[in-house]
Design a binder for this molecule. Structure first.
Ligand code: TMP
Length: 197
């Protein structure tokens, strides 16, 4: 009973709340974690909202944070824990591909995916909480100051990238996250239990 479950989706899809509910219901064997992490590299990533950072710096910081986080998650899995991770490499592919699209010479989606697969492990289950970008933005508006990633055109591009990832990787399960939180969480729990994780 161990492994890695990743929750993904655009801002406002509810994944952080779902991750919390699911980890709580799974009990002691579950460890809830997230990216960007709370480490000093994760903090550096968050500082990108206040400081002017190049999109490349952003992408590389997210990946540096992930490469250490992956080692921590591997340790937890070896100890028999079920790790529930709020965002993983799919986020970098979806968000940074959107961010770098206009400046990158070549296929930025492919570049980011290949680089990230090298420093990540393959999740036992990845759930993509799917909502229309308009709804995502509506949900987060007023919650807090919007980050540099939270604009409608940009979120539409991110959403497209997520759907592209799901088309390419059939281990990603797409679920309708426009429903109430309790329903979405129950579905994720059912998926985890169905896989005997
Ligand atoms: P959060 O709102 O889930 O805490 O994520 C913080 C922001 O960082 C969110 O807008 C998505 C963005 N992000 C990326 O752009 N790339 C990444 O690799 C990760 C993990 C998050």
């Amino acid at each position: 009973m161990t492994g890695l479950v990743v929750l993904e989706g655009i801002d406002g899809c509810g994944k952080s709340s779902v991750a919390r509910i699911v980890a709580k219901k799974l009990g002691k064997r579950a460890v809830l974690t997230r990216e960007p992490t709370d480490s000093w590299i994760g903090e550096a990533v968050r500082k990108g909202d206040d400081k002017k950072v190049s999109p490349y710096t952003d992408a590389l910081l997210f990946m540096a944070d992930r490469s250490i986080h992956t080692l921590d998650m591997v340790d937890l899995i070896k100890k028999g824990k079920l790790v529930v991770c709020d965002r993983y490499y799919h986020s970098t592919v979806a968000y940074q591909a959107a961010f770098l699209k206009s400046t990158f010479k070549g296929d930025v989606f492919k570049w980011l995916l290949e680089a990230n697969l090298r420093l990540s492990i393959h999740p036992d289950l990845t759930v993509l909480l799917n909502i229309p970008p308009e709804l995502g933005l509506e949900r987060i508006r007023g919650r807090r100051a919007l980050s540099r990633f939270e604009r409608l055109d940009f979120l539409k591009e991110v959403h497209k990238n997520y759907l592209k990832l799901a088309r390419q990787d059939h281990s990603i399960v797409l679920i309708n996250a426009t429903r109430p939180l309790a329903e979405v969480s129950d579905e994720v729990l059912k998926l985890i239990r169905g896989r005997k994780l």
